[in-house]
Design a protein around this ligand. Sequence first.
Ligand code: AKB
Length: 317
Amino acid sequence: MKNILVIGSTGQIGSELTMKLRRDLPGGTTVAGYIPGAEPKGVLLSSGPAEEANVCNAKQIADIVDKYDIDTIYNLAALLSATAERLPLKAWDIQMNGLINILEIAREKRCAVFTPSSIGSFGPSTPREDTPQDTIQRPTTMYGVTKVATELLSDYYFHRFGVDTRSVRFPGLISYTTLPGGGTTDYAVEIYYAAVKGEEFICPIAPGTYMDMMYMPDALKAAVDIMRAKPRYLKHRNAFNIASMSLEPEEIAASIRKYIPDFKMRYEVDPIRQHIADSWPDRMDDTCARKEWGWSPSFDLDSMTRDMLEHLRTKLQ
Ligand code: AKB
């Protein structure tokens, strides 16, 4: 992993992953791929090259791979779960037609590819507790359908053409740098912004709704470590369960109140997001990731809350 293209570099994951790769892997080039309207700014722009990289434009991506001698592609372009329910055909186009473009380029030009999967790749018939690595995947959302197909297609390209595809199933990701947009787990980020602004938080997800969540530094570590793992130890590839904490809204609110005692939250449940959340697991079993490439998260709820509040206080002051 030396010269890397991050497609979707200005999104929630991409904006931090691009910076981490530039910091942690000096000596190579990490190109920040973006689409018009979501151009990189500030340090993301000044710290390395940026190129327009629309996943649906195969020639554009192939030209970047040639220009920078790219060996690894992080394909982060996606519509998240709630937006994908509103725009299912667009989600299909980006997530599926985009993916096949990337896999074909990777096949021809010998690149490794990381395309994230998600807890959204599971559905209501999946075991909810300790969801196994290999289990029923019959999602009922377009987001989930594209994520299962992403896993299958990525495995297909590995077995059929030897393309080095690897991935993880991300939980809901909590971070302070770039807001997510259109996801079912977004509430777990927005709650911290409301707390720091001194606002009451209106929670769109019902109390008692457990979902896997993870703090961004752990998610970034996973995205890098899986691509650096020794291939001979990987029995699985697309995609590994990775878990860190299983949370419901009241628990996050209680953790925030340890630092902001008068924080207030009430519920206005969004039926679309709630329906999606109810179809996802409560807690994944990540034993395979731990065994096959040493996955281990660092943050728990309270250490994440402390760090989130500290950074957001600086950011929002
Ligand atoms: C979403 O809520 O859609 C995403 C995810 C869990 O994949 N954050």
